[in-house]
Design a protein around this ligand. Structure first.
Ligand code: GDP
Length: 457
C-alpha cells in the first residue's frame, strides 16, 4: 500500500485545518516539507506534536506555520506510520500543503481510505469501520451514541458470541459424523435444536433492534394530512418554530414534498410537508389522493388534522378511512374558536386513535401532541436500550439471511434428515454473520461501503 494524503477537515475556512498522511513513506515525505523549529527532524519521536513550518522544498518558501502530530506504526488510526499537519484553516493554504505532500511522493487518498486501511490492517472490523461514517453523519445524540457503541465493538462482540454458539454446535455435529460408532446422533440433535433456538432468539432480538435503530437514524417519517384549511401549515410551522433544533432542511426526493428534521427529545422526526398534495388535489382529485395514499403507506406516523369548529366533510371521512389501521394521531384543531363540534363524533372516537385537542394558531396542546408521539413510539424503551441497536441496513440483511439458514437447520432436525445437512446450513449462517464483521467479505462490498465515506476519513 502506498502513502496517502488528504485534507481531513471540512472544505471551507475554519480555525485550523488538518492534512492527514498515512503509509510507509509518511515521515520521509514530511521530512522534505516540514522544518521543525529548534529541533532536527530525526530527533522527533512518535506520539509527539511539533511546531514548525511547511515549506516548498524547491524554493524554501514558507507556506504555513503548523503543528504536526506523529503516530508511529502500529499505534495509529490506520496502524501505519501517520502524521497530521494542523495548519491554518484556510482552504487555499490547506490545498497548498496538500500539493507539497503530493509533489513529494504521496498519493491522494480515496474517500474513506484511512478507515479502509484500519480495517484491512486488522485494527477494526467492518462493522466498526461502518460505525465511523454513521457517527460522522449522526443527526441526534442518540444516534451518535448508538454509533459510538458500535465503534467500541458492541455489535462485533454480539456477532462473535452467536458465531461461537454455532461453532460449538458444528463441532458436536462433526464429532457425531466422525464417530458414528458411538451412536450419539440423537443426543446431538436434541442439543443442537436447543442451541439453534437460542441463536434464533438472539438474532431475532438484533433484527428487531433495527426498527429502533432506524428511527434513531432516519427519523420518524411523519406526515400531516387534513383537508384544505384544517391547519396543516399552521401546525407544521408551529412545530418547526417550537423546536428550534432543526437539524437540516433537505429537498425531498419527491418533487412536491419538502422534508424537515426536528429533534424531539433526541429522536429525529422527519416531517414531510405535503403542500404539494394540496395543489395537485385542486387540479386533479385522483392524482392527489393516490399521492396521499403513497405517502401515508410509507409514513411511520400520520398526524391527521381536523377542524374542530366544523362538522366532518367528505374529505374528512376519506382521511378517517385512510388512517384507520395506521400509526396515527388525530388532532382536533382550532379549539380556540370555542366550537368543539367533533369531540363527540363517533366516527372519530370509534377509531381508537389518540386524540389531541389543540390550537395550531396559538400553540395550545402542542406538548400533548409531543407526549402522544413519544408514547406511540415507546421512546422510553429506545432510550433505555439505545446502546444495543443496529442502525445499518446491511447488518440487518445479513442477520435476516443467517436466520433463514438457522430455521432450515432446525427444520432439518425436526424432519430427521441426515445430520450433515444441518452442518451445511450452519456453515451458511456462519458465513452470513461473518460478513457483518468483514470475514471473507468481497472486495466489491468493501469498496461499496467505503465509497460512502468522506474524504480524509
Ligand atoms: P392548511 O390549508 O390545512 O394548511 O391550513 P392553514 O394552516 O393554512 O390554516 C388555514 C386557516 O386556518 C388559516 O387562516 C389559519 O390561520 C387558520 N387556523 C389554523 N389553525 C388554527 C387554529 O388553531 N385556530 C384558529 N382560530 N385558526 C386556525
Amino acid at each position: 500500500m502506498g502513502t496517502i494524503v488528504a485534507i481531513s477537515t471540512a472544505m471551507g475556512n475554519g480555525g485550523i485545518g488538518i492534512i492527514r498522511m498515512s503509509g510507509k513513506e509518511s515521515f520521509k515525505i514530511l521530512e522534505k516539507i516540514f522544518k521543525p523549529k529548534n529541533k532536527r527532524f530525526d530527533d522527533i519521536k512518535g506520539y509527539n506534536i511539533k511546531f514548525g513550518y511547511i515549506v516548498n522544498p524547491d524554493t524554501d518558501e514558507i507556506i504555513d506555520e503548523v503543528l504536526v502530530s506523529f503516530f508511529k506504526s502500529p499505534k495509529s488510526y490506520t496502524t501505519e506510520d501517520m502524521c497530521e499537519i494542523n495548519s491554518h484553516g484556510g482552504i487555499v493554504v490547506q490545498k497548498m500543503i496538500l500539493e507539497q505532500c503530493l509533489k513529494s511522493g504521496a498519493d491522494i487518498a480515496e474517500p474513506g481510505e484511512f478507515t479502509k486501511r484500519a480495517f484491512l490492517n486488522g485494527r477494526i472490523d467492518l462493522s466498526q469501520a461502518e460505525s465511523v461514517i454513521d457517527l460522522i453523519n449522526s443527526r441526534t445524540e442518540k444516534e451518535a451514541k448508538a454509533s459510538v457503541n458500535q465503534l467500541q465493538g458492541w455489535l462485533s462482540k454480539k456477532i462473535e458470541e452467536i458465531r461461537k454458539y454455532l461453532l460449538d454446535i458444528m463441532s458436536d455435529i462433526e464429532a457425531t459424523i466422525d464417530y458414528p460408532e458411538y451412536d450419539i446422533e440423537e443426543v446431538t440433535n436434541v442439543r443442537a435444536i436447543k442451541q439453534l433456538q437460542i441463536v434464533l432468539e438472539k438474532l431475532d432480538i438484533l433484527e428487531r433492534s433495527f426498527e429502533s435503530g432506524k428511527i434513531l437514524k432516519e427519523g420518524i417519517k411523519t406526515i400531516i394530512i387534513g383537508k384544505p384549511n384544517a391547519g396543516k401549515s399552521s401546525l407544521l410551522n408551529l412545530i418547526l418554530n417550537e423546536e428550534r433544533a432543526i437539524v437540516s432542511d433537505i429537498a425531498g426526493t419527491t418533487r412536491d414534498t419538502i422534508e424537515e428534521y426536528i429533534n424531539l427529545k433526541g429522536i429525529p422526526l422527519k416531517l414531510i410537508d405535503t403542500a404539494g398534495i394540496r395543489e395537485t388535489n385542486d387540479k386533479i382529485e385522483e392524482i392527489g389522493v393516490n399521492k396521499s395514499i403513497d405517502l401515508i403507506n410509507n409514513a411511520d406516523l400520520i398526524i391527521s388534522i381536523f377542524d374542530n369548529s366544523r362538522e366532518l366533510e367528505k374529505e374528512d371521512y376519506q382521511i378517517l378511512d385512510m388512517i384507520k389501521d395506521k400509526k396515527s394521531i388525530i388532532v382536533l384543531n382550532k379549539i380556540d374558536l370555542g366550537k368543539h363540534v367533533l369531540e363527540r363524533e363517533e366516527e372519530i372516537l370509534n377509531l381508537n386513535i389518540p386524540i389531541v385537542k389543540m390550537s395550531a394558531k396559538i400553540g395550545d396542546g402542542i406538548q400533548s401532541l409531543y407526549e402522544n408521539i413519544i408514547n406511540i413510539f415507546n421512546m422510553g424503551e429506545i432510550e433505555l436500550d439505545n446502546s444495543m441497536v443496529i442502525t445499518n441496513t446491511r447488518h440487518k440483511n445479513q442477520i435476516k439471511k443467517a436466520k433463514v439458514h438457522i430455521k432450515k437447520a432446525i427444520d432439518t432436525i425436526n424432519e430427521c434428515l441426515p445430520i450433515d445437512i444441518i452442518g451445511i446450513y450452519i456453515k451458511e449462517a456462519l458465513m452470513e454473520l461473518g460478513l457483518i464483521t468483514g470475514q471473507n467479505v468481497s472486495e466489491d462490498i468493501i469498496n461499496e461501503i467505503f465509497s460512502k465515506f468522506c474524504l480524509g476519513k
